[in-house]
Design a protein around this ligand. Structure first.
Ligand code: S6P
Ligand code: ZN
Length: 186
């Protein structure tokens, strides 16, 4: 029998993925127009500021039915005005596709919003495990002072629907208030 190397290696302390099929996406402030509430603070910041990076093991072609994708997101600490750095957030394009998230490093919140606009939040910390059911939009927020690294595994045909979030936003925001993270709805 021919024993082969695995598809990739994961550094479980940092989340870093290494492998031939690992892709990397960098999201800078300039890619996040309209995401943060304080437009004046947003336009005064360097558009090249990196907000988050995503590594994905594309063992299956994204879009292909029946496979799984695996990734790590690295969300840097920072704020736009008093609002913490966060991911764009998305529903899956195939709405019923679910996903697992788990905390690796740092601390933050996972915002979960249903199609009626009801948003809940879960604490993210090293070892936290989060089930994101289908039909639920999800967004990570870094409320800490170090990088928030979060692992994820999701169906390869899930896709991303960013448009619905861009149109209506999430119904909750996470801001610093009196030195602490506070959620604001409405
Ligand atoms: C994919 C999964 C994550 C996010 C990543 C970036 O289904 O939920 O890999 O893509 O955290 O967030 P966003 O909202 O910019 O795709
Ligand atoms: Zn997702």
């Amino acid at each position: 029998m021919n024993i082969q190397q695995p598809a990739a290696k994961v550094n479980w302390a940092t989340g870093n993925l290494e492998g031939k099929k690992v892709s990397k996406t960098v999201r800078k402030l300039k890619h996040l127009e309209g995401v943060f509430a304080d437009e004046e603070a947003y336009s005064s910041m360097d558009p090249e500021t990196v907000v988050y990076e995503v590594e994905v093991l594309e063992q299956e072609q994204p879009g292909k039915e029946g496979g799984l994708l695996f990734g790590t997101s690295y969300l840097y600490p920072g704020k736009v005005g008093d609002e913490y750095f966060m991911t764009k957030g998305h529903f899956h394009e195939k709405r019923d596709r679910a996903e697992y998230y788990w905390g690796i490093r740092g601390s933050g919140l996972l915002l979960l919003m249903d199609e009626q606009g009801v948003t809940t939040a879960e604490q993210v910390f090293p070892g936290s495990l989060h089930y994101v059911p289908g039909h639920i939009a999800h967004r990570l927020v870094n409320t800490g002072s170090e990088v928030l690294a979060v692992g994820a595994c999701w169906p390869s045909d899930a896709g991303h629907d960013y448009g619905s979030i861009a149109d209506r936003g999430f119904t909750a925001r996470v801001k610093e208030s009196g030195g602490k993270a506070a959620t604001e709805t409405g």
